[in-house]
Design a protein around this ligand. Structure first.
Ligand SMILES: Cc1ncc(COP(=O)(O)O)c(C=O)c1O
Length: 375
């Protein structure tokens, strides 16, 4: 259920003033199942068959027992090592969360005090700001630069040194602009502002690289936290499982503000199976990159303004009004996100990249709706 406007507050037990004043993160998540879903950057083909098999084998009595997490942290480390990330990690450096959303929420709870500053970029993922407001934090969002949404490195460095914010959250690659920042720059931020917790949201790094993990030394930079998830690559968005990786003291601190069983048993079973089938994830990523190449060719031929960089999504500025084009696509069973409300992205649609066949389906319908129109 989604309330368009919040219902009026009844007399009596009042929530905190920050909560009264904040806007919740809202996304159009209902009624999507029968459409081609290019709106949330999820995996578009489903998880590995091994995940489905593992879930089907869960005995009924496991449903009535609280979840057990043994082995999952180790599986995350084994998986990272299998991908060539050779830094030493022990299980206490891996935090398990009910999706990266829950990790973000916990980080703000653990670190964000009233009046503290969140420094981030704009436009970026929409959940950081409500989390900051929930804590009564101030938000300082530095805009991406130019038509290619270049990372505002100089400005951010200056402001970071001057203001030493409590939290710096960088989405790398950035959702929705795809902007990529070299890992070294992130490490530099963590070194130059040791009082700041530097959070790198790497939800999409698997598609185009740039993870900070291969270079991270969490003893030297205990103020660095890396977020990764199985939602977008492995197809587990519905089960909710995400990881925070960092110094063991920092991860322990963030975990203090979560419930003891926030990650459910099905997510644990599915995550173990998914992490053991990296070949499936690699195959999906390869297909997305092939589809990306295909759609870029069509967009270039069409002459439409578009922007593609990191991640499994791209931006298109249709000839028509973006919210009308989004609505027409929806009527034809294709979901994309209108970015009209986001700073710097007026008139743009964000389109997730699925398989080549799915992008062909999108392009056929999109061309009929938009490419016959005049400017
Ligand atoms: C940048 C970014 N971070 C975090 C999330 C949430 O991820 P999860 O599904 O692991 O909660 C999303 C989901 O869209 C995202 O785009």
């Amino acid at each position: 259920m989604e309330f368009k406007n919040s219902p009026p507050m009844p007399e009596g037990a009042n929530p905190r003033i920050e909560v009264q004043e904040m806007q919740a993160y809202k996304a159009p998540l209902e009624g999507r199942r029968n459409s081609l879903r290019l709106d949330f950057n999820e995996n578009t083909i489903g998880p590995s068959p091994r995940v489905v098999e593992a879930l089907q084998k869960v005995p009924a009595n496991h449903i009535s027992i609280y979840p057990e997490y043994n082995g999952l942290r180790e599986a995350v480390i084994t998986n990272l090592h299998s991908k060539g990330i050779s830094i030493p990690l022990n299980p206490m450096q891996i935090g398990l969360f009910n999706g990266v959303d829950a990790a973000i929420n916990a980080i703000f709870h653990a670190y964000g005090d009233r009046g503290n500053q969140l420094m981030t970029t704009t436009p970026t993922f929409g959940y950081y700001t409500p989390c900051a407001h929930m804590q009564g934090m101030k938000v300082h969002a530095i805009p991406y630069e130019g038509l290619n949404f270049t990372f505002p490195i100089k400005k951010l460095t200056t402001h970071l040194l001057e203001q030493q914010p409590k939290l710096l959250v960088i989405c790398n690659p950035n959702n929705p602009t795809g902007t990529r920042l070299q890992a070294q720059k992130i490490l530099d931020f963590a070194t130059m502002s040791p009082e700041t917790l530097v959070v790198v949201d790497e939800l999409y790094e698997a598609f185009t690289g740039d993870s900070v993990l291969p270079k991270a030394d969490f003893d030297k930079t205990p103020n660095l936290v890396v977020l990764q998830s199985l939602s977008k690559t492995a197809g587990l968005a519905g089960l909710r499982i995400g990881f925070a990786i960092g110094n063991k003291w920092t991860i322990d601190t963030i975990n203090r503000v979560t419930g003891p069983y926030d990650v459910n048993s099905f997510a644990v079973t599915a995550a173990r199976a998914a992490l053991q089938d990296q070949a499936y994830i690699d195959g999906y990523i390869k297909e997305v990159l092939r589809a990306r190449k295909w759609i870029i060719t069509q967009l270039t031929k069409s002459g439409l303004r578009h922007h593609v960089d990191g991640g499994n999504y791209l931006l298109i500025w249709p000839n028509g009004n973006s919210s009308q084009v989004e609505a027409s696509l929806r009527l034809s069973g294709i979901l994309v996100r209108d970015m009209g409300e986001k700073p710097l992205l007026k008139g743009a649609l964000r389109v997730s990249i699925g398989t080549t066949d799915q992008m062909k389906q999108f392009w056929t319908v999109f061309s009929k709706i938009d490419l016959s129109q005049d400017d």
